[in-house]
Design a protein around this ligand. Structure first.
Ligand code: ZN
Length: 281
């Protein structure tokens, strides 16, 4: 691989907002770092526990990806992770005054815009790239499947299928780089079904969800349109997949073809890839 240098952000930025599941407001400050990858730090807990954004720290994948160590959690990390890896940021410290990354408008865009606004700073070390050397296939009980093959860049081809008529079957191929992510993926918002809300709230989820931070569907269609893309649901799922893949901790060059991707399957695939690379296969 050529000598592309690692990057961090040029200066810090702060965002504040409600967590889509917890319903609590928290403030996050993203700070430049020259090593350690992407790390999270809880500022509201004694001793300020800190851990890396890494697959080994994934605790739950139900309706979002939650990281943690011991009893400490940081929920819904996928949108900021996706925005950082798509912007080619290798090292930052994310300080959070709460247990969940703010959902903001439900998309990746507020994070991407904040990163673009402060700019990037090049570091002296070369980037670490995960190379895929042969075709791999991962199947999950959830119905998700992934085919990964060698590629000189990162390309995600995805297909989703929902019985709801406003979503149906959607598929597309997306090249992932800072420009294409910004124009084709970043604005795509998370989505949910009105009929699931009570059930989710009873389980401690979706307590901060609103018409301002998610596309909401009732039995007949989208309540709070218009959509930002005709296939906004698919594009959001591609962004989520990238955020989960970012937990490998390296830049990834691969072609990924996935059907019905979800957090559980994404993490399973990311672990599979990490293990394959560890064993040098
Ligand atoms: Zn999402």
């Amino acid at each position: 691989m050529s000598h592309i240098k690692q990057q961090t952000i040029a200066s810090q930025f702060t965002l504040e907002g409600v967590g889509i599941h917890s319903g609590y407001t928290s403030r996050l400050t993203v700070k430049p770092a020259s090593k350690g990858g992407i790390r999270f730090k809880r500022m509201d807990i004694d001793g300020n526990p800190e851990f890396p954004a890494h697959l080994d720290f994934v605790q739950e994948t139900d309706r979002g990806t939650n990281l943690g160590v011991g009893e400490v959690r940081i929920m819904t990390i996928e949108h900021i992770m996706s925005s950082l890896i798509a912007s080619e940021v290798d090292h930052v410290l994310i300080e959070l005054s709460g247990n969940e990354i703010p959902i903001l408008d439900g998309s990746f865009q507020p994070f991407c815009r904040a990163i673009t606004a402060v700019g990037l700073r090049q570091l002296s070390s070369d980037v670490e790239v995960m190379h895929i050397t042969r075709n791999l296939r991962i199947e999950c009980d959830s119905g998700a499947s992934y085919r990964v093959s060698p590629c000189s860049n990162l390309q995600i081809s995805a297909q989703i299928e929902f019985t709801h008529s406003a979503i149906g079957r959607q598929s597309g191929v997306f090249e992932i780089n800072p420009n294409t992510f910004g124009s084709e993926i970043a604005a795509a918002r998370t989505f949910g079904f009105e009929s699931d809300v009570e059930y989710l709230k009873a389980r401690g989820l979706a307590r901060g969800a609103s018409l301002e931070n998610a596309i909401v569907l009732d039995d007949t269609g989208v309540i709070n349109g218009p959509l930002r893309f005709k296939d906004e649901f698919l594009r959001h799922k591609v962004g989520d997949l990238l955020g989960d893949l970012a937990l490998i901790g390296k830049r990834i060059r691969a072609s990924i073809i996935c059907e019905k991707p979800g957090h559980e399957g994404n993490i399973k695939m990311a672990r599979f890839l990490r293990d394959k690379v560890k064993s040098n296969d």
